[in-house]
Design a protein around this ligand. Sequence first.
Ligand SMILES: *[C@@H]1O[C@H](CO)[C@@H](O)[C@H](O)[C@H]1NC(C)=O
Ligand SMILES: *[C@@H]1O[C@H](CO)[C@@H](O)[C@H](O)[C@H]1NC(C)=O
Ligand SMILES: *[C@@H]1O[C@H](CO)[C@@H](O)[C@H](O)[C@H]1NC(C)=O
Ligand SMILES: *[C@@H]1O[C@H](CO)[C@@H](O)[C@H](O)[C@H]1NC(C)=O
Ligand SMILES: *[C@@H]1O[C@H](CO)[C@@H](O)[C@H](O)[C@H]1NC(C)=O
Length: 950
Amino acid sequence: MGARIRQFLLILFINFLFSTAQNDDATYLRALRDDWRNTPPNWDDNTDPCSGWDGIRCRDQRIFSITLANLGLTGTLPGDIGELTELEILDLSYNKGLTGSLTPRIGNLKKLRNLLLVDCGFSGQLPDALGEMESLVFMSLNLNSFTGQIPPSIGNIQNLYWLDLADNQLTGSIPVSNGTTPGLDMLINAKHFHFGGNMLSGPVPEQIFHSNMTLIHLLFENNRLTGSIPDTLGLVRSLEVVRLDRNFLTGDVPSNINDLTRVMEMYLSNNRLTGPVPNLTGLDALNYLDLSNNAFGQSDVPSWFSTLQSLTTLKMNVTNLVGQLPAALFSISQLQSVDLSNNRINGTLNLGSRHSTQLQQVNLQNNEITEFTPSRQTTVEVILAGNPICMESGTRDGFCAPPTNPGSTYSTPPNNCSPVSCSSGQVSSPNCRCSYPYTGNLNFRAPSFSSLGTSSIYEGLRIEMMNFFSMNQLPVESVSLRNPSRNVDDYLVINLQIFPSVEERYNRTGIIDIGFSLSNQTFKPTSIYGTYYFTGAFYDFTGASGEGGKSSNTGVIVGAVVGGCVVVALLVVAGLYATSKKEKTERTTHESSPFALWDENNGSGAVPQLKGTKAFSFEELSKYTNNFSESNNVGNGGYGMVYKGSLPNGQLVAIKRATRGSTQGGLEFKTEIELLSRVHHKNLVSLVGFCFDQGEQMLVYEYIVNGTVKDSLSGRSGFRLDWTRRLRIALGAAKGLQYLHDLADPPIIHRDVKTNNILLDERLVAKVADFGLSKSLGDANRTHVTTQVKGTMGYMDPEYYMTQQLTEKSDVYSFGVVLLELITAKNPIEKGKYIVREVRQAMDKSKELYNLQDVLDPTIGLTTQLKGLERFVDVALRCVQETGDARPTMSDVVKEIESIMELAGLNPNAESASNSAAYDYVSKGSEHPYTNDNLFAYSGDHFSTKLDPM
Ligand SMILES: *[C@@H]1O[C@H](CO)[C@@H](O)[C@H](O)[C@H]1NC(C)=O
Ligand SMILES: *[C@@H]1O[C@H](CO)[C@@H](O)[C@H](O)[C@H]1NC(C)=O
Ligand SMILES: *[C@@H]1O[C@H](CO)[C@@H](O)[C@H](O)[C@H]1NC(C)=O
Ligand SMILES: *[C@@H]1O[C@H](CO)[C@@H](O)[C@H](O)[C@H]1NC(C)=O
Ligand SMILES: *[C@@H]1O[C@H](CO)[C@@H](O)[C@H](O)[C@H]1NC(C)=O
């Protein structure tokens, strides 16, 4: 202690002497550094921390961000941290060598917004002073060894959004306010309570749930909570994930639990719940349900077994069910796994003739099934061991065997190359390049699926990660996902390897920035994966061999050189990067000089006017698509094949390659590219580049991860489109078309509007695609163009078909069909029936929902919640009027959908409705696909500025 005071006085004295030359923050940071080992080598005494120390960012010579994830730091967190009063971000995650208790002086950090201490070695009681950090939005203290109670003072942090205390050794009850002391019930802006894996006890307080709470994720699993589930839980209508499993909860499940209509994952298993099996009728969003191992009284097989249309997983092992299973259960279209073992299900097991194509396992071990006829075609694993049918002597049927362990040895396959053998420590990346990956585990606390064997699940996640890393200009060459498994807490654990893009080995800033993007949840995958946490393994920056010293020296030199000019490091670096990229693009453009070809072919000297569109050579695109290999072929476009490719910077692209016979004249191709490169809108797929080389014509578009609206409506994409999402998709697509009609110069008519041409990005934002063949209106005075009829049956404007005169109103017609498809999920022409006529015939305006219940897509959600559906049908039918004149313009359509959304209580402009004003700027124009859950944390110069390109 004495030493600490002496040090402090010394610091004061030094500051007194150099008060103008030296800033306090630097002094305190040096004090922190002296307490730590393994700090970055460029943290030396001869330089100012604000001049480029790794992980330190300053503003006006004050430190506002310390991000030091995964550096192998050891030491404690001294009270000096409390003097860095301008600090907004503190990320020390994944440094297991940081130990000791959390200093109460941390409460001085009144401006701190993100406190990230994930997976460190901290212990002791959480200080009350945590509650004094009044600006805190994000508190992640998970995976430490904290003990004692949750400080009630945390309830004072008004804007707290994310509270993760999971996987510590916290005890005592969950604190709620009582007039004099604060409590967690006051956190009405919190979306995440992650308290799992502690030793919390006492009843779940009734008071913590009330109608003003806006929680999305309630994770209390694996504690020692007692008492019954309070019926106030049903008041928190925003909930999407509820995990109360692995506690000692007793009593009846409150009957209003089915008010939680947004819940997608619910785990109440491994408690001592009694009373009847809860009635979950109406939980139409529910994907994953686990009620296993409770003490429910004997119940008949519930009727909701066949009505929960989003269900992927039903687990009710030991729940005292009796009676026969309805075959309808197995026809739920996304159903993957059913575990009803150890009940008294009897009679005949009938999977039905049209069971879910995703169904993998039906475990009915130890029931009373007497009859089952396996179908020859099905690959479903049925387990009937311990049923009368398997007890007869001589039964050798496969279904009488005990269950196999449905584990998975999945690992991201090589990207059409042969893995290379690497020197020790290095790993061959999916692109078959040797380097030292940053490794760790992604732990998903409540995924919506149970089947671990579906490779598209991991491939989708990989694509999302790559897109995220490249969008944020993080130095990632590729990522590999391996060995998915469920751990004892039923979390999905996937091993992750992140390969460096620049050198063989990451430098510290690379790890720090990637680590922060994961500790801070800046990377957010789509809903099917649920909420996650990352744990990073130790990363060796230097290497055991001599070569490592070299790389760390380079780090110092680079750091020093860059350091001189960095004030707000990332912005400048981002700026430099952008500039260098631009120069590179220009250089490449000149080198490959495709314009010369235009000149030759057409005698036209005009150079295309291209904004931000890159000219690729044939060799380049060939390389990025593995010689246009079969496995990179992702479809047929309007005029040839579409290939998926990956640019050297990691960006994924879709390349449309015209077949030889369908190339256009050079001039036409040039005109088209000029046109497309001018079109920029967040609801339109943008052109990245083109290739006009060796007789080839190719268009290079951004790759949109979530596929077409058609696929989503047919259930092929694996996520459910509820009414809200459909409204947002309709609005997005309408805005894209409105832009083409009204704002593009010259205006563009799409000519082939259909659900196959509307894509969904990682946030399920709609993007209109394939207007590559759009016919420009050319002269603005002309109201139509005469063309050969093109389009897709079922979407085509009858007037256009008759007159061959194309106007914007033809797109409006097709869009009307899209709107009808959005609510019915039917093909425009199905079994000879035309969707427009079907809807008109079924419609009765005097009745609720216009009497359309029977034609609506059953997965759209509760019919009682389809606010504005009637007006939506009205606008769709106006779009499909016989004559163009009678149809609205796209801008009318946009206005109408916006007003329907307002009626439904949605904000059409801020596409995400975060309650926290602090996040509104981020949420603009970007909706998270599964939640209104915006936790991109930081308003300043870090990731968020780059995050949202819209
Ligand atoms: C509120 O709770 C605190 C701590 O549990 C207790 O000391 C205090 O007396 C309570 N106040 C009221 C008004 O019940
Ligand atoms: C919810 O908020 C309203 C309006 O701010 C307030 O009047 C009411 O008391 C709050 N209810 C609870 C249970 O906190
Ligand atoms: C379950 O709840 C639904 C809707 O609230 C109701 O219609 C149904 O009768 C209930 N079923 C049982 C068995 O109570
Ligand atoms: C079902 O519960 C029993 C006992 O509670 C347990 O032993 C068994 O492993 C569980 N089975 C499954 C498939 O979860
Ligand atoms: C199944 O069990 C129920 C309840 O015990 C009984 O009423 C019913 O008859 C049984 N059905 C068959 C087919 O055995």
